[in-house]
Design a protein around this ligand. Structure first.
Ligand code: G6P
Length: 372
């Protein structure tokens, strides 16, 4: 009903708007008086966390994209090798697992059969399983060794939005916690990241207030057949998520690519007026990647593409090559997906509506898929 949607036209729009609160709630109570990270729910003893030799993240759909981003954070803060695998592929390749493997299963519903089967397989091999889940008491956390709950609140729209952002927060917390346990990340750095994370809800509020041009752009592209998405580093999974949203909601051909791969194939797809959304890394810090992606934008624009550039505030280098410029708040590189994903959610939602689609209940999809 309209009341349940809180005045929004769809649950998806409502849930997009709830993201600042969802992120804040997921961060609540994670730090003790000394500033150390306390993930009490993670009942895996510290000596076992220290003994972990590899981390494997398993998930499906949007949660898989959170896992792809988790890899960057986990390897950065823990220096433990991390693999990410689609849950539906995982057990069928007979993965190498033992008691020193930590499997992180990410699932909003906690009921996705593919992910559950991956969890069962991992535990049979002796691996420890940590679930990241949004649904209290659901099957995946019940069958895992430990669980870190996201506090997105109930997510009704089939396409995941606020749950995704909170999954990212949980992944950052797990990476820092592992780093803290193993001594690869120090108190000062953890406190700094927690401070940065604590600033994200306000950044999201500001960002959400600037989405009107993104909506107008989406409506103007409703007649297109294809949209490409490019990103690199943590922006690559963001590009995949932008493309998935467009497929799910707008029923359009949408593909996400790693920008460095453009020259190895995807550039052949670029033709006049093709919309290409580019997620630009911060020009600070990893400026090498920034320069490379600016070259990519120039290359596709020279071939007539319509460039939709998602770039942080103050990034002036992209301005000459952006047909449409979407500004996102400047945040540390690893955290950028928390802000960069939001315009892509709004874009897909509005484009779907402009095409006459039902955004909360896309055709052929289910909120939680309980068959393999
Ligand atoms: C379904 C939904 C997706 C979701 C995926 C994983 O396919 O349509 O939006 O990302 O399942 O769901 P989970 O509950 O495991 O996160």
């Amino acid at each position: 009903s309209a009341a349940e949607k809180g005045g929004y036209d769809s649950f998806m729009l409502k849930e997009i708007a709830e993201q600042p609160r969802a992120v804040a709630d997921t961060l609540l109570g994670r730090v003790d008086a000394e500033g150390a990270l306390t993930l009490d729910e993670v009942r895996i003893p510290v000596p076992e966390l220290r003994a972990v030799e590899k981390v494997v993240v398993v998930a499906c759909g949007t949660a898989f994209h959170a896992g792809l981003i988790a890899k960057y954070a986990i390897e950065h803060w823990t220096r433990v090798p991390c693999e990410v695998e689609l849950a539906s592929e995982f057990r069928y390749r007979d993965p190498i697992l033992d008691r020193r493997s930590l499997v992180v299963a990410i699932s909003q519903s906690g009921e996705t059969m593919d992910t559950l089967m991956a969890v069962r397989h991992a535990r049979e091999q002796g691996a420890k399983v940590l679930a990241i889940c949004n649904t209290n008491g659901s099957t995946i956390p019940r069958e895992s060794d430990a669980v870190l709950y996201t506090h997105a609140g109930p997510e009704v729209a089939v396409a995941s939005t606020k749950a995704f952002l909170t999954q990212l927060v949980a992944c950052y917390l797990v990476a820092l916690y592992l780093g803290q346990a193993r001594g690869t990340t120090w108190g000062d750095e953890i406190r700094a990241v927690i401070r940065d994370l604590a600033g994200i809800p306000d950044a999201l509020e500001r960002l959400l207030a600037t989405m009107e041009p993104v909506r107008a752009l989406a409506r103007s592209l409703a007649g297109q057949d294809t949209v490409l998405f490019l990103g690199r580093h943590v922006g690559y999974p963001v590009a995949l998520e932008g493309a998935l949203k467009l497929k799910e909601l707008a029923y359009m051909h949408a593909e996400g690519f790693a920008a460095g791969e453009l020259k190895h194939g995807p550039i052949a797809l670029v033709e006049r007026d093709l919309p290409v959304v580019v997620v630009v890394p911060s020009p600070r810090g990893r400026s090498v990647l920034h320069g490379k992606i600016v070259s990519n934008i120039q290359e596709i624009r020279a071939r007539g593409a319509r460039t939709v550039v998602i770039a942080e505030e103050g990034d002036e280098a992209v301005v000459p090559y952006a047909d449409h410029l979407v500004r996102i708040p400047a945040v540390p590189t690893l955290l950028q997906p928390l802000v960069a994903t939001v315009p892509l959610q709004v874009f897909a939602c509005e484009l779907a509506t402009a095409r006459g689609n039902e955004v909360d209940q896309p055709r052929n999809l289910a909120k939680s898929v309980t068959v393999e």
